[in-house]
Design a protein around this ligand. Structure first.
Ligand code: XMP
Length: 323
């Protein structure tokens, strides 16, 4: 019968049989699925696994450290971190259109990840045959159930690699739902902050700045977001809400007053939602005291922000994210 212990035991045996004495690579995103998949594979094959974390500079406060330090401490995994934040900022320079931003972030991400893969293969040799993916059961059903291989185009020419690298996939979470993945992660000893993490978009804070993405704006949004998360956690609301995007309206300014002075600053939008599956959502009726604390702290502590507004739109018609 179903226990997390059985699932882990079964998957560890299956992964060992599949990989043998060869090697695997796994991309970590900071999210639950890739973390649990990597931890399972690590348990099965240890140092035959190398994880890659691309730091695109668009993560929230503390998240990169969570992967670099806490995840590594909990699993002992071999991790290659690529700090690509300058590269992402340069690619995003002057871009305000949401779809354009998403395309650029996705494209740069694949380039950096493939480069890292190629370096690992150049280092470890052709035994690197497997790619770990955190595919869940709902993803399998949605995509028609196929599995097998992934083609990675390598245009980087690191160490004279073939043009097209073909990986075989390891997908240890293919039979699991999200809550089961969380249970497995907990059993594997992963940090609570990773196992219980709410959804966060791959393009990160890049699509939570309405307007051009700059380093300064990212810092500002990171501060505001950290305050909102801190207060929501302190109020015990993490399990009540589905997620709460915090958005910086970088292209909007409004007049305010602080001390004896007039300010002309940016608004921060709070977008707390409740949802079952993110397909539809309702705005969360958060307690006024909590909203008040978040608003006071953000306007006091975050430079250039003089207004906090609440998004009271359901999905549809609004999406959860603003971009
Ligand atoms: P929307 O804004 O479409 O978001 O209502 C639905 C859910 O998906 C998340 N989201 C993303 N997740 N990559 C992701 O991995 C993305 O590009 C992306 N865009 C939105 C969003 O946070 C919400 O949970």
């Amino acid at each position: 019968d179903w226990t997390t212990g059985n699932v882990i035991e079964e998957q560890v045996a299956a992964i060992r049989a599949q990989v043998g004495d060869r090697r695997a690579i796994c991309g970590l995103s900071g999210g639950v699925d890739s973390a649990v998949a990597a931890a399972l594979v690590q348990k099965a094959i240890g140092s035959q696994l190398t994880c890659v974390y691309v730091d695109h500079g668009l993560m929230r406060k503390g998240e990169t450290e969570q992967v670099e330090k806490d995840f590594v401490a909990a699993t002992g995994v071999q991790l290659k971190v690529v700090d690509a934040s300058e590269r992402f900022l340069a690619a995003l320079k002057g871009v305000s259109d949401p779809e354009e931003k998403r395309k650029i972030i996705g494209r740069e991400f694949i380039r950096v990840f493939e480069q890292a893969q190629a370096e690992i293969i150049a280092d470890q040799g052709p035994a690197v045959e497997f790619l770990v993916q955190g595919t869940l059961y709902p993803d399998v059903v949605e995509s028609g159930g196929g599995t097998g291989t992934a083609n990675i185009k390598s245009h980087h020419n690191v160490g004279g690699l073939p043009e097209d690298l073909e990986f075989r996939l390891i997908e240890p979470l293919r039979k699991l739902f999200k809550d089961e993945v969380r249970m497995v992660g907990q059993e594997l000893g992963l940090p609570e902050e990773i196992v219980q993490r709410q959804p966060f978009p791959g393009p990160g804070l890049g699509i939570r700045i309405v307007g051009e993405v700059t380093g300064e704006r990212l810092d500002l949004l990171r501060e505001a977001d950290a305050i909102a998360r801190e207060e929501l956690t302190a109020a015990g609301l993490d399990r009540t809400i589905w997620q709460c995007p915090v958005v910086l309206l970088a292209d909007v300014r409004s007049v305010g007053v602080q001390g004896d002075g007039r300010t002309y600053g940016h608004p921060i939008v709070l977008r707390p939602v409740s949802s079952e599956d993110a397909m539809t959502a309702d705005w969360s009726r958060l307690p006024y005291e909590v909203l008040s604390r978040i608003s006071t702290r953000i306007t006091n502590e975050v430079k250039d922000v003089n207004r906090v507004v609440l998004d009271v739109t359901s999905k549809p018609p609004g999406t959860i994210e603003w971009e």
